[in-house]
Design a protein around this ligand. Structure first.
Ligand SMILES: Cc1ncc(COP(=O)(O)O)c(C=O)c1O
Length: 404
């Protein structure tokens, strides 16, 4: 029978970041010397004590359905971790739902909050899945271009230009994938106040919060008043800071009525997250030794960030980039190097892969193809080798005065 897409999938595109990683893996398997700096996951292993807790859970028979919103132990452990990061502020475990990664939590929230006729503002460039998830809810994603003078972040004035009477939501990501930019506490507070004034739901993706190169974790909605949390959804999880991407543990924190609606939705889609993985995550969020390990991983990301910034400043002084303050991405501009208008990022990445065997992600995947994203979640040696190849490639491109 011929397959025709239902209206549900009318706007669906598959993930370009996953496609690039798959291509890099294919080339590697075929024996090519490919450096994959396209992936969005830590290069570290899951902390042993968390992995052991998952294995112990399987051995102890914790292999049946868990409560659909997550075990009470995990919700308490996660609430504790969130509370500690915000100076001990109360965090109610009843408002947390554990999902199959924060991606499912984002889907739950968008599906529960938005529908046809609704518009959702998304500061751009943005993580690939936000517009797709909003489309799946049959609402309209509205990109709000970030300011290149300001780390590609948006201000209240930028958001206000795109607001109309159909605007129902805003998805903020800090630390940001793909730029590594971080909103300050004051910037977040101003945006939260603007959203509140206009009855706009603020969806704050804080999955990279612990991977912050400043003091402590990155600023969060949890640092603001209860009134902000009463009209917002915060997303968090184990994937990034705890190097647990494959365990698929993420969460939403939302007002109680919305939490109930999302729990009902999740009960009919996946039932809930993987039960043994919840025990691994319970240990990850509560074990002080794992906390120390997370700090070590963050220190490695910081060191690699410093290395990249220094190499770009030194060897590619004309190339514009966003200095990352969190996450593990480096976003740099390529349109001046490849003046072939239209497909700049895509052409750059394709040629770089062909000529130098380095996989990066074109900025078009995130809504702006003048840029390219490099993930520094790779070993120091791989990062150094990738930088050598990248500089060589750019020099060959003949970016002229921009290259030393
Ligand atoms: C900004 C952002 N949010 C959410 C996710 C989803 O993470 P997970 O579903 O593993 O929690 C990712 C993963 O790449 C991401 O980069």
């Amino acid at each position: 029978m011929t397959f025709t897409r239902s209206a549900n999938l009318a706007n669906l595109k598959s993930s370009e970041t996953v496609a690039i990683s798959t291509e890099a893996k294919r080339r590697r398997a075929a024996g090519e010397n490919v450096l994959d700096l396209g992936a969005g996951e830590p290069d570290f292993d899951t902390p042993q004590r968390a992995a052991d807790a998952g294995i112990a859970a399987i051995r102890a028979g914790k292999t049946r359905y868990a409560p659909n919103v997550g075990t009470s132990e995990l919700r308490s452990a996660m609430a504790g971790a969130l509370s500690r990061m915000s100076g001990g502020r109360p965090v109610d475990p009843e408002r947390l739902i554990v999902s199959n990664g924060s991606k499912q939590a984002l889907f739950n929230a968008c599906f529960a909050l938005f529908g046809p006729g609704d518009r959702v503002l998304i500061p751009s460039p943005a993580w690939v899945s936000y517009p797709q998830i909003v489309h799946l809810a049959r609402a309209e994603p509205v990109p709000v271009p970030g300011d290149p003078e300001w780390g590609l972040k948006v201000s209240v004035a930028d958001l206000e230009r795109f607001r109309d009477k159909h605007t129902r939501g805003l998805i903020l990501c800090s630390p940001c994938n793909p730029t590594g930019a971080v909103y300050t506490g004051a910037e977040m507070a101003a945006i939260a106040e603007w959203a509140g004034t206009h009855g706009i739901w603020l969806l704050s993706d804080e999955i990279y919060r612990r991977i912050h190169f400043g003091e402590g974790p990155a600023p969060s909605l949890f640092d603001l008043d209860d009134t902000v949390l009463d009209r917002s959804v915060v997303f968090y999880g184990a994937s990034k800071a705890y190097a647990m991407t494959g365990w698929r543990i993420g969460a939403s924190y939302a007002p109680i009525e919305l939490t109930r609606a999302m729990a009902a939705l999740q009960s009919h889609t996946t039932t809930g997250a993987n039960h043994p993985a919840m025990w691994a995550a319970t240990t990850a969020f509560s074990d002080p030794e794992i906390d120390v390990e997370v700090e070590r991983m963050v220190a490695a990301f910081r060191r690699r960030r410093d290395y990249l910034v220094a190499r770009f400043q030194d060897q590619l002084p004309g190339v514009e980039f966003v200095e990352p303050h969190g996450a593990f991405y480096f976003f740099f501009r390529v349109d001046a190097m490849v003046p072939d208008a239209g497909l700049v990022g895509a052409a750059f990445c394709e040629q770089l892969m062909q000529q130098e065997g380095v996989a990066l992600v074109p900025g078009g995947a995130f809504g702006d193809d003048r840029w390219v994203r490099l993930s520094f979640a790779v070993s120091d040696a791989e990062l150094e080798a990738a930088c050598d190849r990248l500089v060589q490639f750019v020099v060959r491109l003949g970016a002229g005065a921009a290259v030393r």
